[in-house]
Design a protein around this ligand. Structure first.
Ligand SMILES: NC(=O)c1ccc[n+]([C@@H]2O[C@H](COP(=O)([O-])OP(=O)(O)OC[C@H]3O[C@@H](n4cnc5c(N)ncnc54)[C@H](O)[C@@H]3O)[C@@H](O)[C@H]2O)c1
Length: 349
């Protein structure tokens, strides 16, 4: 295939208002041929923005079945609310189209299983938009771990201080649509922490609540705005993630740490994401500043995989794995008790 005909489904924050167009313009080997959005006004805005920037005509649809029937695309980027991911992915692969589905892969593990099965059955590519895993700097952290420079990864953390989700996401506030705040947001973080922990999660305990975000911009919210999630891994490692939506003045802070038996790394966004590394045993201290993306980033990787029929960096298996702790954490929040991962991991049942 010379040029991939790419369709985009969902003209919302991710694809229109969040600034995806620069990435689309950089991407080689594809042409945007169709957009699909159920809301007429957003479809119009999407078409205006994409056609205006790209300089060619793009088809518009308000119904995904119609979009597929028009045979306007070889591959599709699904960026719709979380609860729609399974249904749209199954329709797409059955319709002969490869899929890049946004994170979280879905809101339940059985739905992830069904998506993986459907892609396999129809021999279609299923990539998941865990874009953080494409950053080369995070692969540098893994390289230090693989080289043994940190010893055994033992204590991992992600601390975040941010504001609430955007008001325009009218579905995110109810758990039955988003899966909850931890599913919506922290699958990104577990895509990294689980990988660096070099183990499989075994047990999760989450403690959290809602202090001040019972409503956001007219939306009544069920979501927690403060929580800690503690997870154990079969490797003997443990991770701690803090979820904090309490910033109301636009401040955003996020810091990761990986502490091993011989050394540690840490980095945060206020510091330009410089990877600080120290190994007390060998008396080494080093900083790494790495900005590039692996495989050209999420979209370029997907397009290349569609053209060359190869496996994307972040597959359905990765998307499923990064959902296990968030789903168990949401359950733990409800129960006020630790949850064994086997309860949510269908493959252990
Ligand atoms: N990777 C990232 O950094 C990142 C960032 C933001 C959002 N996301 C993910 O992207 C997805 C979309 O999030 P968003 O913030 O853009 O939400 P959004 O609500 O702003 O946009 C989603 C759009 O999808 C449309 N839609 C719903 N059902 C549809 C259907 N069946 N067919 C066509 N269109 C449909 C909605 O009308 C809406 O306009 C979510 O899964 C979210 O988690 C990922």
């Amino acid at each position: 295939m010379e040029t991939v005909r790419l369709g985009i489904v969902g003209m919302g924050q991710r694809t229109v208002y969040h600034g995806l167009l620069p990435e689309v313009k950089r991407c080689k080997g594809m042409k945007i041929t169709a957009l699909c959005e159920i809301k007429e006004d957003r479809l119009k805005k999407g078409l205006d923005d994409y056609q205006g920037e790209l300089g060619y005509d793009i088809a518009g649809h308000t119904d995904f079945a119609e979009f597929l029937a028009a045979d306007a695309a070889d591959a599709v980027y699904i960026a719709t609310p979380n609860y729609t991911h399974r249904d749209l992915t199954e329709q797409a692969v059955a319709g002969g189209v490869d899929v890049l589905c946004e994170k979280p892969m879905d809101i339940t593990v059985p739905n992830c299983d069904a998506m993986i099965e459907a892609a396999k059955k129809h021999n279609k590519i299923l990539a998941i938009g865990q874009q953080m895993n494409y950053r080369k700097r995070y692969h540098k952290v893994m390289e230090l771990i693989e080289n043994g420079d940190l010893g055994e990864p033992t204590m991992l953390s992600c601390v975040e201080y941010r504001g609430p989700f955007k008001e325009m996401k009218d579905w995110v506030w109810q758990k039955k649509y988003s899966g909850g705040a931890i599913v919506e947001k922290n699958c990104h973080h577990y895509g990294l922490l689980d990988w660096w922990a070099k183990g499989k999660p075994t047990q999760v305990y989450a403690s959290g609540g809602q202090k001040k975000l019972a409503s956001v911009g007219g939306h009544k919210s069920e979501l927690i705005d403060n929580a800690y999630v503690l997870a154990d891994y079969d490797s003997g490692a443990r991770s701690l993630v803090s979820i904090c939506f309490l910033s109301t003045h636009g401040h955003h802070f996020r810091e990761f740490t990986v502490t091993g038996t011989e050394g540690r790394v840490w980095f945060n966004n206020k510091d330009g994401e410089i990877i600080h590394f120290e190994n007390g045993h060998k008396d080494i201290k080093e900083d790494f500043k790495i900005d590039e993306n692996l495989r050209g980033g999420m979209l370029q990787d997907f397009v290349d995989c569609v053209r060359e029929r190869k496996e994307p960096l972040m597959t359905g298996e990765h998307g499923r794995a990064s959902l296990l702790i968030p789903v168990a954490a949401q359950l733990s929040l409800e129960r006020g008790q630790p949850v064994d991962i086997s309860e949510v991991d269908t493959r252990q049942q």
